[in-house]
Design a protein around this ligand. Structure first.
Ligand code: PLP
Length: 377
């Protein structure tokens, strides 16, 4: 008998809700005749997500993670044209949200180990025009929140975290959304928990009212009393999130056990490093990240693809060639060459979802061992 080729292993697979459960929840909105503007499902999802935040913080749902970033910056009341210090290693939305607010992104270098903004580089990037810092908990590794918080405080800067990669994480026992002035999360289908499209922000509770006014056209009663736009999440999107919540624990457990078998299979391979999180952080289940020299990473990526296994190295520099910020420099603490262009090239994310089989992990291990045993040509 001929053996069948193994099924392709896709990079990501969104959680799919039980159709009957989704229909039942959606039917509530339909029978209420209420499809958006803070309906019963929206309220229920906001409450459920609030279980992931610290006491004294508030969750506000919005239409996307990008919207959470846009409004999270606007909430800071930053002067038009002022500078926001951010990282060159992130998804496009981070820098776009700065520019779309009429603010100027200033890129500072990252720490070569954690790949998150380096506090000393942030400090070096501060000018009289700086109004805010927008760090990213990149690939689920928390930023140096103590140092960044101290810098923001010392210089009177707004501190908004992009927490799109960090859903469910804790750092030093605190929910990840409890740091800084606010944290923006994504509920896009590519993220662990999702609503198809969607997002939310965690703010200190006293700011929630102002934020919710902004996401609803800046309305106070019927009057546009402040800045605002339409950032609301519809009932249909909220229904998706509510329908997935009962499956979240099982998805996380499946990812956790997949991470363990990746660890067991890959840890011993010379020339390949597992991207470690910051001490004090809970385990990141959003991404499983390898670090290897760029040429080797490229060969491993291609060799996996040839076997129908789709890994991803999807984070080119936000201010690299071909971007609208190609002319922006990356500020370093001492004026030396930045590490971000090099270390960003070392990243390879392996498939991480409930449908990766043990036999897939074994194949990935064999291919990685082969590539890493070749000379570093
Ligand atoms: C996904 C993502 C976003 C944007 O979220 P959307 O919900 O797609 O708008 C922002 N920042 C980072 C780092 C992301 O990965």
């Amino acid at each position: 008998m001929r053996s069948k080729a193994p099924a392709p292993v896709v990079f990501g697979a969104p959680m799919i809700p039980d159709p009957a459960r989704l229909a039942e929840i959606t039917a509530e909105a339909l029978s209420a005749g209420w499809l958006t503007n803070g309906g019963v499902l929206h309220l229920r999802l906001e409450k459920a997500l609030a279980a992931h935040v610290a006491p004294g913080d508030a969750v506000s749902l919005v239409s996307s993670g990008t919207m959470a970033l846009l409004l999270g910056l606007a909430l800071g009341g930053l002067p038009p044209g002022s500078e926001v210090i951010t990282t060159p290693l992130s998804f496009a939305a981070t820098a776009q949200a700065i520019a779309w607010n009429g603010l100027v992104p200033v890129f500072a270098d990252v720490d070569p180990v954690t790949l998150t903004l380096q506090p000393e580089a942030v400090e070096a990037a501060i000018t009289p025009r700086t109004s805010a810092i927008l760090p990213v908990h990149f690939l689920g590794v928390p930023c140096d929140v103590d140092a960044l918080g101290a810098i923001a405080e010392r210089h009177g800067l707004w501190l908004l975290y992009d927490a799109a990669h960090a859903f469910g994480l804790t750092f030093q026992g605190q929910p990840i959304g409890s740091f800084g002035d606010a944290s923006a999360f994504s509920l896009h289908a590519t993220k662990i928990l999702h609503t198809g499209e969607g997002g939310f922000i965690v703010t200190r509770a006293r700011r929630a009212r102002a934020f919710r006014q902004m996401r609803n056209f800046g309305l106070e009663g019927r009057l546009p009393a402040g800045r605002g736009l339409n950032g609301k999440m519809s009932e249909l999107n909220a229904a998706m999130g509510l329908a997935l919540l009962p499956d979240l624990a099982a998805e996380l457990a499946a990812r956790d056990s997949l991470c363990r078998s990746y660890d067991d299979t890959l840890a011993g391979i010379a020339g390949l490093r597992l991207h470690a999180t910051r001490p004090g952080a809970s385990k990141s289940l959003g991404y499983y990240v390898l670090r290897l020299p760029p040429n080797r990473r490229e060969r491993l990526h291609a060799a996996l693809a040839q076997e129908g296994i789709f890994a991803r190295d999807q984070f080119p520099l936000l201010c690299g060639p071909g971007t609208v910020w190609a002319d922006a420099e990356i500020v370093t603490r001492d004026g030396s060459a930045p590490v971000a262009p090099r270390v960003g090239q070392e990243v390879l994310c392996l498939p991480l979802h409930g449908r990766v089989l043990a036999s897939d992990v074994a194949r990935i291990g064999r291919i990685a061992a082969d590539i890493c045993s070749e000379g570093n040509i």
